[in-house]
Design a protein around this ligand. Structure first.
Ligand code: PEP
Ligand code: CO
Length: 454
């Protein structure tokens, strides 16, 4: 059961623990100024939105909803533009329509956006031609350019990141309110890529069928789908930079406890999930629903210890375990985790991140992921959960609404040579618009087959 220390939580109690992956700010006074400023600014999200999401996640854990979580590995400040944000909403919305169609369940849409600005790195420093500088840790910390001016951690970026998150969220809220969901026009779906795909006819049939369903519902309701009610989007990011998270963490009127109001749904990354570390200490005290990434090194004992610390009261919707084992390791690594959680009498929402266990480096030195490996891990994940009488209730993807060339394969057959054409990510490779839509279609098809339909 949970620890005796559990009574002594405060928004600052993490400071007594070891915090992995934090930048070394050279100017402590500048850091304190930035954090004070952040703490005085209004929250980015509200506690009632956070509670609403937690309730929806609880329904997903119970098998009645499905979580679609996706976005960039790392957002860039420069990507805070109308085009990037609109394209990201569009792909998430289209994927969610395909999934609703395939699963017959309500989809919870969560973006890795409006705050996904801080990255864990495998090394603290990077050396080029005899010069050593701090590693790039995301725009919230420093810049990617290999100069001291860019790489030395700058606390002003905490404030800039907050502003960019607020601008992103403001635009998303306005689009959603304004009936952005005008998706039944076939021309709105960029389906050129499927022409040459082996499954072209099937993909076209899915989109046509979604179009017919939307028109049918509109006829019934005598209004346009976009006006039939808000589609919700929630925000998420890795809760990595504890100064940033703590500055936005506060009590709210009329509800007990503290909320991290920088995002609806923070997750704890693989590299900061030490049970006695600062991140677990910090997040055990906030009321938000939490994600926990689980890679192949996650043991059943470790996961249960995290659950005891982070969810001592066994609250429905509190924990989403996002497994990211890799297509090779999932068969041996996932079942013991499912078994241990069940034996502990716990309910969590299980989600599959088929990206982070499938990263490889090409001969040309590019970080990439193969579409077939991503699909294979997802496929295995659905099968394993079904065989164990468990419910896989979500997917977690790194994607973009643009046609970048960062992951190999997919219907349009991106090759190693193609990677050079439009590779933009400073960190992990993302599915592009077409690949992301194809993943949604393959997941929809998979679930229909599992359910013995069509
Ligand atoms: C990520 O989601 O970008 C990430 C770093 O994941 P993980 O902690 O699973 O490696
Ligand atoms: Co990533």
């Amino acid at each position: 059961m949970s620890e005796p220390v559990s009574t002594a939580w405060s928004p600052d109690s993490w400071r007594t623990r070891t915090a992995a992956q934090q930048p070394a700010y050279p100017d402590g006074e500048a850091l304190r100024r930035a954090v004070r400023e952040l703490a005085g600014l209004p929250p980015l999200v509200t506690s009632w939105e956070v509670e609403n999401l937690r309730e929806q996640l609880a329904e997903a854990a119970a098998g009645r909803r499905f979580l679609l979580q996706g976005g960039a590995c790392a957002e860039r400040f420069a990507d805070c533009s109308a085009r990037t944000i609109t394209n990201k909403l569009k792909i998430l919305l289209q994927m969610s329509l395909v999934l609703t169609w395939g699963l017959g369940r309500r989809i919870i849409r969560v973006g890795r956006f409006a705050g996904q600005y801080a990255k864990p790195r495998s090394a603290d420093t990077e050396t080029r031609d005899g010069t050593t500088l701090p590693s790039y840790r995301g725009d919230l910390v420093n810049g990617p350019g290999f100069t001291p001016a860019e790489r030395i951690p700058d606390p002003r970026r905490l404030v800039t990141g907050y502003h960019r998150s607020a601008l992103t969220l403001n635009f998303i809220r306005a689009l959603v309110e304004g009936g952005f969901a005008d998706l039944h026009h076939p021309e709105y779906w960029d389906l050129d890529f499927v022409e040459h795909a082996p499954r072209a006819a099937e993909y076209q049939r899915i989109v046509d069928s979604i179009g017919r369903s939307l028109r049918f519902m509109e006829t019934l309701a005598d209004t346009r789908i976009g006006e039939m009610g808000r589609v919700d989007f929630f925000t998420s990011h890795e809760g990595l930079l504890l100064e940033y998270e703590a500055a936005q963490t506060r009590p709210v009127p009329h509800r007990p406890g503290f909320y991290d109001l920088s995002t609806h749904f923070p997750w704890i990354g693989m590299r900061t999930a030490q049970p006695d570390g600062a991140h677990v200490e910090f997040f055990r005290g906030v009321r938000n629903p939490l994600g926990i990434k689980a890679g192949p090194s996650m043991t059943p004992e470790w996961l249960l210890e995290l659950l005891d610390r982070l969810d001592p009261d066994r609250e429905p919707g509190r924990i989403t375990v996002i497994h990211r084992m890799g297509h090779g390791a999932i068969t041996s690594k996932l079942p013991p985790l499912i078994e241990a959680v069940r034996a502990a009498g716990r309910t969590v929402l299980w989600s599959c991140d088929p990206m982070h266990g499938n990263t490889e480096i090409t001969a040309g030195g590019r970080k990439t992921r193969r579409f077939e490996n991503i699909i294979s891990e997802l496929d295995r994940a659905f099968d394993i959960h079904q065989q164990m009488d468990s419910y896989l209730g979500g997917v977690h993807l790194e994607l973009t609404g643009e046609n970048v060339t960062e992951c190999l394969g997919g219907a349009s057959g991106i090759s190693e040579a193609d990677l050079e054409r439009d590779y933009r990510s400073e960190v992990d490779p993302r599915l592009n618009y077409e690949q992301a839509l194809e993943v949604a279609m393959l997941v929809a098809r998979k679930i229909q087959r599992m359910n013995g339909e069509r």
